[in-house]
Design a protein around this ligand. Structure first.
Ligand code: ADP
Ligand code: FDM
Length: 208
């Protein structure tokens, strides 16, 4: 019989919802409980494709909107081997950010935006950190990067709302306005349950 597999766990949410904070805490907690676990984030700015994305986000280069969308997707496909290995992966943003951010631009529909990511490893769990724009504003000003404006983030939230209606994805909404420790407890409970269930199930294909 094949060995038990790790789970693919994704955290999504708008800017400042606490994704990075919670990914790090979750990885630590799972490691302490003896799980084999690694963190991954998208975009992964360390690869050649990631460097092109980084320059675009930092407004050091301009790329055509379709091109940058496909680069974000390629940046996930280049990590597919890692995603398919045995350890549990905790992932900071995934294809859902890809579809939500590009479809928030004029002239892009959600359906087209999802296409390049069809068939990627399907997360066993996607936790969406829910935070209102007003609460996000309390966590500080936006930085200088592309997409970091109130208006754009509001449209992105609407696109995420549409994506969350898809029952083929195991969404779990989390109230991200709670304290860091309370959010962490909730996320850890969902993750441990998912790891238990996923080990006996095959890894799925996203949006297929
Ligand atoms: P994201 O990765 O979603 O953009 P971060 O984890 O970087 O968010 O958090 C954004 C800011 O908000 C950081 O300064 C972080 O310390 C703070 N923060 C994160 N979670 C909470 C929380 N539950 N309550 C208050 N502040 C938080
Ligand atoms: N982003 C992220 C996209 O537009 N498409 C994607 O596929 C992904 C993964 O890039 F504004 C956007 C979302 C965010 C920026 O920011 C990356 P962080 O701070 O590295 O998460």
């Amino acid at each position: 019989m094949a060995g038990k597999r790790g789970a693919l766990i994704v955290l999504e949410g708008v800017d400042k919802a606490g994704k990075t904070t919670q990914c790090k805490k979750l990885v630590q907690a799972l490691q302490q409980s003896g799980q084999s676990v690694e963190m991954m984030r998208f975009p992964d700015r360390t690869t050649i494709i990631g460097q092109l994305i980084n320059a675009y986000l930092e407004k050091k280069s301009d790329l055509e909107d379709h091109v940058v969308h496909l680069l974000f997707s390629a940046n996930r496909w280049e990590m597919v081997k890692k995603l398919e290995q045995g350890t549990t992966l905790v992932v900071d943003r995934y294809a859902f950010s890809g579809a939500a951010f590009t479809s928030a631009k004029p002239g892009f529909c959600l359906d087209w935006c999802k296409k390049p990511d069809v068939g990627l490893p399907k997360p066993d769990l996607v936790m969406f950190l829910q935070l209102s724009p007003a609460q996000a504003a309390l966590r500080g000003q936006f930085g200088e990067e592309r997409y970091e404006t109130d208006d754009f983030q509001r449209t992105v939230q609407q696109k995420f709302d549409q994506l969350m209606k898809d029952p083929s994805v195991n969404w779990q909404e989390i109230d991200a306005s709670q304290s860091i420790e309370d959010v962490h407890r909730e996320i850890t409970t969902h993750s441990l349950n998912t790891i238990n269930i996923a080990q006996d199930l095959p890894l799925g294909e996203l949006w297929k």
